[in-house]
Design a protein around this ligand. Structure first.
Ligand SMILES: [Zn+2]
Length: 123
């Protein structure tokens, strides 16, 4: 069950509470008629990618190995009309940087990044 946060304005004070406005007022009987319920927030759960597996070599990639994690190539592409993969299909892939280099290497355009940094070197 999601939690709710409520902001009540009383004078110059803004009170935040994790109760319903009426429950909050019941617990604070000295505050009569707050000027407004400014906002009500509802908690929610956010899913974050925590790991993936290279579709080619099956290497497990996690944020615990930041270099491998940051250099993976992952995409989800929603196909449009006349796609060779079928109209409306989804094409997805997760590849480690090593497989990207081995499979796509000869077609990759590698150069300085847009922020001006020089490439350090390519194995
Ligand atoms: Zn791989």
């Amino acid at each position: 069950m999601p939690s709710t946060m409520v902001a009540l304005k009383h004078g110059t004070a803004l009170h935040w509470c994790a109760l319903s406005p009426s429950a909050w007022l019941d617990r604070h009987p000295t505050i009569q008629n707050p000027e407004a319920i400014m906002r009500e927030y509802q908690g929610r759960t956010i899913q974050e990618l925590a790991a993936c597996t290279c579709d080619r070599c099956k290497r497990r990639l996690t944020p615990e190995e930041p270099g491998e994690w940051q250099e993976r190539l992952s995409f989800d592409h929603s196909c449009g009309f006349e796609s060779v993969f079928g109209d409306g299909n989804m094409v997805s892939v997760d590849l480690c940087q090593h497989c990207v280099q081995e499979v796509l290497g000869r077609w990759l355009r590698i150069g300085p990044s847009a922020d001006g940094d020089e490439p350090i070197g390519i194995a």
